[in-house]
Design a protein around this ligand. Structure first.
Ligand code: C5P
Length: 218
C-alpha cells in the first residue's frame, strides 16, 4: 500500500489544453504546456493518492504509476471527468479548457477565398462548475491578465471551490515557475513566492490532503 498524507485517497487531475476542431485539419487551442497539471499528478501520487490524470495533448512525459486518460476536446474532458470523479475524493482542475468551440465542425477542409472569414463560436461546458458531487474537494485554477484576486474570488464562489490557485497568465503559461495566490472561502488570499511548478504542486497537494482529511472527519 501507499504512504503519505493522501494514502487511501483518490485524486483526479486535469492538465494541458483542449483542442476544438474547426475542420478535419485545424483546431482552436491555447499555450498550456501541461507542466503544472503533470507536476500536480506526480505530487499527489507521491503523497500516496491513487491518481487519474486526464490530459489534453501535451509534449510532456507521462508520469509513472498514474492512470492516464487522453482527451482532445472540452466535451471529451467533461465526460472523462464526470466518470472519474464518481469515486474520487478530490478534483484538481488545472487544464486550460477552451471556453469556446466552433459551432459547427466543417466536414471537409475549409478552402481559402479572397473574402474575410468568420467562424461562429459557441461556449463549451464549464466542467468544474458542472461537477457537483457532495463531499468532493474541488480545486480550480485562474490564469488572468488583470485584476487577479477579484476574478479569482468570483470564480471560487461561482464554481463552489474549496481552493483556487490564481496566477498571472502571461507570467505562468509555458514557464517552469509560477507566482501564485491561494484563495479559500474562509481566509485572506495567500501570496506564495515565485516557485518552480514542482514545488508549487507539493504545496497545493498538501492543502488538498488537509481538505480531504477535514471532509472525512465530518
Ligand atoms: O472561468 P475560468 O475558465 O477562468 O476558470 C478556470 C478554472 O475552471 C480552471 O480550473 C479550469 O480548469 C476550469 N474550467 C473548466 N471548464 C471550462 C473552463 C474552465 O472546468 N470550460
Amino acid at each position: 500500500g501507499r504512504h503519505g498524507p493522501l494514502a487511501g485517497a483518490r485524486v483526479v487531475v486535469t492538465a494541458g489544453p483542449t483542442r476544438e476542431p474547426i475542420d478535419p485539419i485545424r483546431f482552436i487551442s491555447n499555450h498550456s504546456s501541461g507542466r503544472m497539471g503533470y507536476a500536480l499528478a506526480e505530487a499527489a501520487r507521491d503523497a500516496g493518492a491513487q491518481v487519474t490524470l486526464i490530459t489534453g495533448p501535451t509534449e510532456r512525459q507521462l508520469p509513472f504509476e498514474v492512470e492516464v486518460v487522453h482527451v482532445q476536446t472540452a466535451a471529451e474532458m467533461a465526460e472523462a471527468v464526470q466518470a472519474a470523479v464518481e469515486t474520487a475524493d478530490a478534483l484538481i482542475m488545472c487544464a486550460a479548457v477552451a471556453d469556446y468551440r466552433p459551432s459547427r465542425v466543417a466536414p471537409e477542409k475549409i478552402k481559402k477565398t479572397e473574402e474575410q472569414l468568420s467562424l461562429p463560436l459557441e461556449r463549451t461546458i464549464d466542467i468544474l462548475a458542472s461537477v457537483q458531487r457532495p463531499g468532493l474537494v474541488k480545486v480550480g485554477f485562474a490564469a488572468e491578465t488583470e485584476r487577479l484576486l477579484e476574478h479569482g474570488r468570483a470564480k471560487l464562489e461561482a464554481k463552489r471551490l474549496d481552493l483556487l490557485v490564481a496566477n498571472d497568465a502571461r507570467e505562468t503559461m509555458g514557464r517552469e515557475e509560477s507566482q501564485a495566490y491561494l484563495l479559500t472561502a474562509e481566509r485572506e488570499p495567500e501570496a506564495l513566492p515565485r516557485l518552480p511548478k514542482t514545488v508549487l504542486a507539493e504545496i497545493i497537494v498538501d492543502r488538498v490532503a488537509r481538505l480531504v482529511r477535514a471532509r472525512r472527519a465530518t
